[in-house]
Design a protein around this ligand. Structure first.
Ligand code: ADP
Ligand code: MG
Length: 265
């Protein structure tokens, strides 16, 4: 597969008058077209910082982000890559209906044409929100709101989907189902996605590859391709497989032992 995104030797520190906080240290990895990568790492290690750099919202102090062999420019304006960014909180606007919320990105991009309206309606139907399209966000469950937020992100047809801990606000049972649903949506549309999570079980269950970051300043400790012999739609079935246990245990070892660093991808 071709590489869609390539990070080469990325480092970043936050600066204040008093101190410097190194957040990322010499991070390099690639993401293939259509791949679903999960990035795990301890809280505060620099995961969101890394995603902001990939999105072009922060400029790395050192290193370069390449999108299809072209260096990304900061703040998006000159980039040919369309990036969809979904955050922890769904950020749906209560004064807008679900339909009005999911077309927001298209309105802001001035691309709300008949074709894109039809696409949004199709997404709402496919992901079982069509009959709720005229409701307000507060009338929906947490899982439905997350699906609406994903549709809003997907409506702009991003080349790359960035998900920053999008399931953290959900209770554990809802989280299991919603995350599996959303991963299925991403797979069905062959979208390239990067999921940030601090939940190793979630990463192994959902992604094609898991990348483990160290404590701050984050460096890449390990990358592991994940493959199952059964379909991924049922997260509980995946978690009962032997492969799952093996992947989980190996990655857990890497995550919890500060010294272990290996690359298997
Ligand atoms: P994560 O997403 O892995 O929890 P972040 O990328 O949000 O971590 O933050 C990495 C580190 O950088 C943290 O220690 C945090 O305190 C620090 N940090 C994040 N944003 C800022 C900022 N705007 N100014 C100074 N320090 C920051
Ligand atoms: Mg974060």
């Amino acid at each position: 597969m071709n590489s869609l995104l390539s990070l080469q030797d990325i480092s970043y520190s936050y600066h204040s008058l008093k101190e410097e906080t190194p957040a990322l240290s010499n991070i390099s990895f690639e993401v293939s077209d259509g791949e679903f990568l999960a990035i795990v790492g301890p809280s505060g290690c620099g995961k969101s910082t890394l995603l902001s750099i990939i999105a072009g919202l922060l400029m790395p102090e050192q290193g370069t982000v390449f999108y299809k062999d072209r260096a990304l420019s900061c703040c998006g304006s000159e980039n040919s890559v369309k990036i969809g960014y979904m955050l922890q909180h769904d950020h749906l606007f209560e004064w807008r209906t679900i339909y009005q919320n999911v077309i927001l990105g298209l309105e802001l991009n001035h691309t709300l044409n008949a074709k894109n309206r039809d696409y949004v309606l199709k997404l709402l139907k496919d992901y079982e929100l069509y009959s709720f399209k005229d409701k307000k966000p507060s009338e929906l469950s947490g899982g439905m709101r997350q699906r609406a937020a994903l549709i809003r992100t997907m409506a702009i047809r991003p080349d790359l989907l960035l998900l920053d801990e999008p399931f953290s606000a959900l209770d554990s049972q809802t989280r299991l189902n919603v995350s599996a649903d959303i991963a299925q949506i991403i797979r069905n549309t062959h979208m390239t996605a990067i999921l940030i999570t601090h939940d190793l079980a979630e990463a192994v269950t959902l992604a094609d590859r898991v990348l483990v970051l160290s404590k701050r300043p984050a460096c890449v400790k390990c990358q592991m391709p994940i493959q199952f012999n059964i379909d991924r739609h049922d997260p509980m079935m995946i978690r009962n497989t032997l492969e799952y246990q093996l992947y989980f245990n190996q990655l857990w070892e890497v995550l919890t032992h500060e010294q272990t660093i290996f690359q298997s991808a």
